[in-house]
Design a protein around this ligand. Structure first.
Ligand SMILES: C[S@@+](CC[C@H](N)C(=O)[O-])C[C@H]1O[C@@H](n2cnc3c(N)ncnc32)[C@H](O)[C@@H]1O
Length: 477
């Protein structure tokens, strides 16, 4: 799901120092969790490649137990997510300016600091010694002394007792558990709530400041915490293959704790499970989709035999929902600018037994690829992803004003194009996985001013954590 994010250098690329020419070669096989985490993080820093993409690319070279694989994921994703907090802690223990520390050495320090302050299950001595040893395995013996010294001093700062509230010497581990330090490392949360929320919860300061213009400190803190924690996953039943009660029973019989969600097709997973490995997945009985996203298809409510266009369709999570709602009857055109991602729609459709979907590649954003008029159009526009920052750990570091302006132009163009192809009796759903009004209701109001023949019928505003992903959907007729 990466191409919907406007490309921008991540924070680590901006901080990369001169020793990149002397990059540490990627090993043929990854044989320890911390080693894999190091190379995933270095790849992200050097090339901007998402952790999940590197993981997929290196899958065959990973020689790890499933526990070590999980630890590598936990560390690498956790470091990306909590980098601002980790950097604040590491910088507090440095005797030289950060710019003087080689970038891969910084990555190593982040890996060590993450284990020390965020992971209860790893004893401090193991976090320190394993990270020091990794420096040796990377053939950077000269780093060992500094890694050892910095990590030991962070360990000495870290108190054993768990606090229950935000203070200048605490950082959140979960909603009501805070790691405390023997000295204040963070801004005072009462005097400088934006500064504290940014550094202790690890979000860019302008993002926190923006949220505080719309939400209270308490609400902002709850959202920031929700984005940092592991949340329930949802799946959408394929109504052509099964009923919700039936699938609930089948999953419970496999020992999986599930319950019905709020959307009619939604099932909530009460604990993390690798859903792709379940028999029901390959049999096409369900799709993994957050219930906020399911609301888009339900709002458009396409009917059998209608002519429907899903304009920004790949990888097809919503397209397949539309096809299911149409009972696989009618015409459903799915377009996207990404060829690779279009193939995913076809794979998903085939797994789910859906045959009414036609995929088309659009090459130019303003291309009028067809003269057809549609009964229903879904514009699931590329957006900032601000509502799904928990699922996409890299996305929070790419939110900025410039990207937003570029996205607004694309969103506006897509809507204009959709109106040209919508029957006068037709309906359109505009949706994003953002909760920023500038790419939702504000933009839509502006576009609708030029279309007095259309009216806004209904809006769904999903705030992150209430109870699912953040997002926005509007029905226009
Ligand atoms: C939010 S994602 C779509 C997710 C998809 N609807 C789903 O539920 O699986 C936005 C998509 O818009 C595509 N996109 C970006 N610009 C586009 C354009 N001008 N026309 C069509 N698709 C575009 C991106 O490639 C990306 O796949």
């Amino acid at each position: 799901m990466r191409s919907d994010i406007v490309k921008k250098k991540n924070v680590w690329q901006q901080n990369a120092s001169a020793d990149d020419a002397d990059a540490i070669p990627i090993p043929q096989y990854f044989r320890s969790a911390r080693q894999l985490a190091f190379f995933l993080l270095e790849e992200y820093r050097r090339t901007d490649q998402f952790i999940s993409d590197s993981m997929q690319q290196w899958e065959r070279r990973i020689d790890l137990s499933s526990a070590d694989w999980r630890l590598a994921m936990e560390i690498s994703i956790g470091v990306v997510r909590r980098q601002l907090t980790l950097d604040t802690i590491i910088e507090s223990q440095l005797t030289r300016p950060r710019e003087k520390v080689e970038a891969p050495l910084w990555t190593l320090l982040q890996i060590g600091a993450y284990q020390l302050v965020m992971l209860d299950q790893i004893p401090d001595h193991a976090a320190v010694s394993e990270t020091v040893e990794l420096a040796g395995k990377l053939q950077r013996v000269r780093w060992k002394k500094m890694v050892n010294a910095i990590l030991r001093s962070i360990s000495r700062l870290t108190a054993d007792d768990i606090a229950t509230e935000p203070q200048s010497n605490t950082i959140p581990l979960s909603a009501d558990r805070y790691r405390s330090f023997s000295i204040g490392l963070f801004p005072n949360p009462i005097a400088d709530p934006a500064g504290y929320l940014s550094k202790a919860f690890s979000f860019p300061l302008p993002v926190i400041r923006d949220w505080l213009t719309r939400f209270s400190v308490q609400q902002t803190m709850q959202m920031a915490q929700w984005f940092n924690q592991r949340n329930n996953l949802y799946l959408r039943i394929n109504a052509l293959q099964t009923g919700r009660e039936q699938l609930l029973e089948e999953l419970q019989a496999e020992g999986i704790q599930v319950s019905p969600g709020d959307e009619p097709q939604a099932i909530r997973l009460e604990e993390p499970v690798a859903m792709e490995n379940l028999v029901g997945f390959s049999a096409g009985k369900f799709t993994i989709q957050d219930q906020s996203a399911m609301a888009a298809g339900n709002l458009l409510n396409p009917q059998p035999e209608e002519t429907v266009w899903d304009m920004c369709a790949a990888p097809g999570t919503k397209t397949t929902h539309l096809a299911e709602l149409m009972y696989n009857r009618g015409t459903l055109i799915a377009t996207d600018v990404s060829c690779d991602r279009l193939e995913k729609i076809e794979q998903n459709a085939s797994r789910l037994g859906l045959t009414c979907i036609e995929t088309h590649l659009v090459n130019q954003p303003d291309e009028i690829w067809s003269t057809k008029q549609f009964d229903a159009i879904l514009v699931d526009a590329p957006c900032s992803n601000s509502g799904v920052l928990g699922k996409r750990p890299e996305a929070r570091w790419r939110l900025d004003e410039v990207s937003l302006k570029e996205l607004n132009q694309i969103q506006r163009d897509l809507l204009e194009q959709a109106f040209q192809h919508l029957k006068s009796s037709g309906r359109l759903v505009y949706s994003t996985c953002s909760f920023d009004p500038r790419e939702n209701e504000d933009l839509l109001q502006d576009v609708l001013r030029d279309h007095p023949e259309r009216k806004l019928v209904r809006e769904n505003r999903h705030l992150p954590g209430s109870p699912c992903d953040g997002g926005y959907q509007a029905l226009i007729e």
